[in-house]
Design a protein around this ligand. Structure first.
Ligand code: F6R
Ligand code: MG
Ligand code: MG
Length: 366
């Protein structure tokens, strides 16, 4: 079997009732286009779903990462769904994440978020696709660290001989456009020093020490591309599981605690990340709380069996309730930090105008 590439490409191209959720007709329209590509043998397989107001395309093929034909296919799906569905119903923010009219070979830099990995299919190849709404790429930092570097989450790090050597994290500096490889456990503290600032340093990939790719995450920051607020960079992440890699349950374990992420309401607030099944992949309270879905698949000869809707389980009910409780707690802070993000991270801000307006009324402090 030749290598298989798994590409997750997503964009917010308009949604129902504000930024609440993608509609079925958008999903069906995208499926029709990808079904045609599958019948023409341009791709192996696909799955279309939504994370809140983001349309998510999962595509398998043999063309490698950053392939212009695959990126163009995804771009055309987003364009056609925007023009033929989002605009027809005047869905909210139709075409929001499509920052350019002209496609230029790669969707990166044009708005959509992308996570792709190429690998040789193992005798059995379970993967999970995580997709979140109302947060940012750095939201994966905490769970990816816990899965690949914290034995309190992943006992395999201690007791599975093929994971015992640890992992290599590729971290991107979104401000400088640079990346660095850091090894765990030996460089854990350096790694944490960086990824503890998730708005700037984001985990882009994780490799096993023998070079096998284990995880890849989207790293787009739309505001850095467009120079202004254009929407949230709700992220997606693909991971491979089992047999010398973290077990599916070790991945899910990292989401059993509703940790705080940035990106709630107007991209300017902190809130708990709630793990939900697809039926709750929508946002309500205060345009949130931020949510994540986890879809499990088996890849067989490049094709996708699944999904398993992995957070659709009573075991995560407690986590959702906890997230709702944390949401209530942080919401009481209203316009105050740290619920509201710091001025440099807010996606919407009137702050410079307010300061300008009041400038003349400021006098020397006594
Ligand atoms: C969008 C989001 C929402 C919007 C908010 C205001 O992904 O996070 O919270 O920022 O609904 O949206 P506009 O400015 O479009 O009215
Ligand atoms: Mg939206
Ligand atoms: Mg979104």
């Amino acid at each position: 079997m030749a290598k298989v590439t798994v590409s997750a490409i997503k964009a917010d191209i308009g949604s129902l009732a504000g930024h609440h959720k993608v509609i079925n007709e958008q999903i069906e329209y995208a499926k029709n286009i990808l079904e045609k590509a599958k019948n023409e043998e341009k791709i192996f397989d696909y799955y279309v779903f939504n994370a809140g107001d983001d349309l998510e395309l999962l595509i398998t093929h043999d063309k490698g990462t950053d392939n212009p034909a695959i990126h163009e296919l995804a771009w055309n799906v987003f364009k056609e769904v925007t023009n033929n569905v989002s605009k027809k119903y005047k869905l909210y923010a139709a075409g929001q994440d499509l920052l350019s009219d002209a496609f230029s070979g790669n969707v990166k830099g044009l708005g959509p978020g992308v996570a792709e990995m190429e690998f040789e299919e193992r005798p059995s190849e379970p993967i999970i696709v995580f997709a979140a709404d109302k947060t940012e790429p750095g939201a994966w930092n905490l769970p990816l660290y816990r899965v690949f570097a914290d034995p309190f989450c992943t006992p395999g790090l201690v007791i599975d001989p093929s994971m015992h050597e640890g992992f290599i994290f590729e971290v991107m500096d979104l401000m400088e456009g640079k990346s660095i490889l850091l090894k765990t456990p030996e460089e854990s503290y350096d790694l944490l020093a960086l990824i503890g600032t998730p708005s700037r340093f984001v985990i882009a990939r994780v490799y096993r020490k023998d070079g096998l790719i284990a995880a890849v995450a989207s790293t787009t920051r739309l505001s850095l591309i467009a120079g202004r607020y254009v929407g949230k960079d709700d992220p997606v992440c693909i991971v491979r599981a089992q047999r010398g890699l973290p077990a599916v349950g070790e991945y899910l374990e990292a989401f059993a605690y509703p940790y705080l992420v940035s990106g709630w309401m107007r991209g300017s607030h902190v809130g708990p990340l709630m793990p939900v099944p697809l039926k709750y992949s929508q946002v309500t309270r205060f345009d949130g709380p931020p949510r994540v879905v986890a879809l499990g698949f088996q890849i067989y000869n490049g094709k996708l069996l699944g999904p398993a809707d992995l957070f659709d389980d009573p075991a995560f009910e407690y986590v959702r309730n906890k997230a709702a409780e944390i949401a209530e707690y942080v919401r009481r802070h209203g316009p105050f930090m740290p619920h509201r993000l710091g001025p440099e991270e807010m996606e919407y801000t009137t702050l410079p105008e307010v300061i300008k307006k009041l400038e003349k009324r400021f006098t020397e402090a006594k």
